[in-house]
Design a protein around this ligand. Structure first.
Ligand code: NAD
Length: 355
């Protein structure tokens, strides 16, 4: 039996409701795949501030670093919006990512056949879309120096070093090896020196992965191609700001924000979380869609723990629940046979795994 320690950071708003459902599903997969999970809860966000005066208590970092992976809900809410910046929940999250050194952000955009009508694009364009955006997360223009502003001028610097590009490129190629073996690297090498380095280094790294096909695309064209013909992409490798924009665009091909998982990975511990926020408008009502978090738990099994069979079981159970017409409120108008609460859909997915 493989045993794992999982840090659970439920957070604020709908965070506790959706993480509880992911735990229900993990427990189901544990019993049928001979796994054992020890969970340790840690505080972050507004709830942590309320109890400790700090949105990211040191204990949370320690607990996370002592675990095999972190499963994260969401943080934030109006109640804490007027606190000084460093006390706000969002500051805690940014600090957390930095402390854990998670430099690779993975965001899959998968269109479920059952929800083909939930997308704003035509079914024939999006049917079968399965993209993984691999975004560099702790470098580039969001962190480059110098930066600043005066009354009449503002400036930031887009900078990447060879080693930063090498490590994210290896990530992208390794992921592509487990998928359709194609990497499209996105840059603006026709204009930016930093992108020329990016392109050269990615090409160099690709020599170590002869089984993976590499192509390059300018970011403006990539934005267009994503809506024109998204099926052409397998893995999209991008720097920080281009990935920020393109991963949001890619995720919206799929319909609801309540479906989309993510992983933030570094050399230490990975953080697995839905792409959405704490949805205070629906918190406590039992109507949040937990699928993004359940799917994040599946990514955790696949990428942090190497438990691919268990991850497949979760992915298949989600698909089965959707194909049978079970929907939470956010997807109720798209071919729903039965509208379920957060906890009901969690139980349905867990039961499909147990069978
Ligand atoms: P949000 O993602 O929380 O909500 C946007 C809309 O999507 C809302 O109408 C919400 O009800 C809906 N929604 C989100 N998740 C859903 C789900 N699982 N099921 C059904 N509907 C869902 O974004 P927001 O309203 O801009 O932000 C709310 C709070 O979350 C803010 O404090 C923000 O700072 C924080 N936030 C946190 C994270 C994070 O923890 N990683 C990310 C984004 C925003």
């Amino acid at each position: 039996m493989n045993k794992y320690k999982i840090a659970l950071i439920k957070g604020d708003g709908i965070g506790p409701e959706i993480v509880d459902e992911a735990v229900k599903v993990l427990d189901a997969v544990a019993s049928c795949c001979d796994l054992h999970f020890d969970y340790e809860e840690a505080l972050m966000g507004g709830c942590a501030y309320d109890i400790t005066g700090d949105p990211l208590p040191q204990e949370t970092i320690t607990t996370s670093l002592n675990s095999d992976a972190v499963l994260f809900g969401a943080i934030g809410g109006e109640k804490w919006d007027n606190l000084p910046r460093e006390k706000r929940p969002e500051s805690g999250l940014l600090r957390f990512r930095k402390e854990l050194g998670v430099y690779a952000n993975l965001r899959p955009a998968v269109v479920y056949d059952e929800l083909i009508n939930a997308s704003s694009l035509k079914p024939e364009i999006i049917k079968g879309v399965d993209i993984m955006v691999v975004r560099e997360l702790i470098g580039g223009i969001y962190f480059g120096e110098p930066k600043g502003r005066t009354e009449d001028k503002g400036w930031n610097t887009m900078v990447y070093t060879r080693s930063e590009i090498v490590r994210i490129a290896h990530h992208a190629f390794k992921i592509a090896q487990k998928r359709d073996k194609r990497v499209c690297s996105i840059d603006k090498a026709n204009v930016l020196d930093v992108s020329q380095l990016w392109r050269d280094v990615v090409t160099e790294v690709s020599a170590e992965y002869p089984d993976v096909e590499l192509s390059h695309m300018y970011v403006d064209n990539a934005a267009m191609q994503l809506v024109l013909n998204p099926k052409q992409f397998d893995v999209m490798l991008t720097g920080n700001i281009f990935g920020d924009i393109l991963s949001d665009e890619a995720s919206m091909l799929c319909g609801s924000i309540g479906l989309l998982p993510s992983a933030s990975i570094g050399d230490k511990i990975g953080v697995y979380e839905p792409i959405h926020g704490s949805a205070p408008d629906i918190a406590g009502q039992g109507i949040a869609n937990p699928i993004a978090t359940i799917s994040s738990a599946s990514m955790m099994l696949r990428y942090a723990l190497g438990e691919n069979e268990a991850a497949d079981k979760i992915d298949n159970a989600i698909k089965k629940a959707l194909s049978k017409g079970y929907r939470t409120q956010d997807l109720a108008q798209f071919d729903a046979k039965e509208v379920c609460s957060t906890s009901e859909i969690g139980s349905i997915i867990a039961n499909y795994i147990a069978r």
